[in-house]
Design a binder for this molecule. Structure first.
Ligand code: TMP
Length: 236
């Protein structure tokens, strides 16, 4: 597999073409941003943690019937993935109130919902990723109705699998963001990453935050939190 030119650089990852037109290589950086890029920093070792954790979780999801972009881990920071065109939706599942949910609706963080919620943001940095509903997504031509239904079903399935998986590691899965992509045949797969950048993880006993909120909120111990999650998933 030959790595060719860079085709995209995002806030946390670079994407490269390969000599196979159906495959890309993603390369995870240590760069961290928050609030639509307003806050910038570096989380040392984050790229390695996110690459390895995301790959591991995607393989668990594949085994549970969720198709993903994952093909093969190439190194600590690089992974071979199926080429997708990203559906420009951030799909957020919540089990417990936190973050923008708590802020927007005036409730405290930490309230467990009777059942998980789903919401969409329009992935558009210029607009600040505004919250939209599935009718808006269809009206804007971001996805077909069938794709939106597939995405909803897959997102709740991801939640069922990961909630149970993390519970066994002593971690509460509070909420998370997913992105989906279309393969060349039009089918929908889970893409992007699943990591402490894109999930809220709270220790089951102490409620200690083990995710990017430590960076967003200047809580300190950012690297320690990523390393702790790495340890819970992979052991020592
Ligand atoms: P929120 O409460 O700020 O809306 O975040 C919900 C979840 O989505 C949380 O686990 C963090 C994740 N997230 C991202 O992955 N990228 C983003 O740009 C934002 C705003 C949140």
């Amino acid at each position: 597999m030959e790595k060719l030119n860079q085709v995209y650089e995002g806030k946390a990852k670079k994407v490269f073409a390969t000599d196979d037109p159906e495959l890309f290589i993603v390369s995870y950086k240590d760069d961290a941003t928050a609030f639509n890029g307003l806050k910038k920093g570096t989380i040392s070792g984050k790229g390695v943690v996110n690459n390895k954790m995301s790959n591991y979780l995607m393989q668990i999801l594949e085994k549970n019937g969720v198709p993903t972009h994952f093909v093969e881990e190439l190194s600590d920071r690089e992974t071979l993935v199926k080429k997708v065109s990203i559906v420009p939706l951030e799909v957020i599942i919540r089990n417990v109130s936190a973050g923008s949910f708590a802020k927007n609706y005036g409730v405290e963080e930490g309230i467990t919902f009777p059942e998980p919620t789903i919401e969409f943001s329009y992935k558009n940095d210029d607009l600040g990723d505004p919250l939209i509903n599935s009718y808006h997504a269809f009206a804007l031509g971001l996805a077909t109705k069938e794709e939106i239904n597939t995405i909803k079903t897959m997102a709740f399935k991801v939640n069922d699998v990961l909630k149970e998986y993390f519970k066994n590691l002593g971690v509460k899965l509070i909420d998370f963001k997913l992105e989906f992509g279309r393969l060349s045949d039009g089918s929908i797969v889970l893409a992007d990453e699943i990591s402490p950048d894109t999930c809220r993880f709270w220790d089951i006993n102490t409620n200690e935050k083990l995710d990017k909120d430590r960076f967003r909120r200047d809580l300190g111990g950012v690297e320690d939190a990523y390393n702790e999650m790495m340890k819970r998933v992979f052991g020592e």
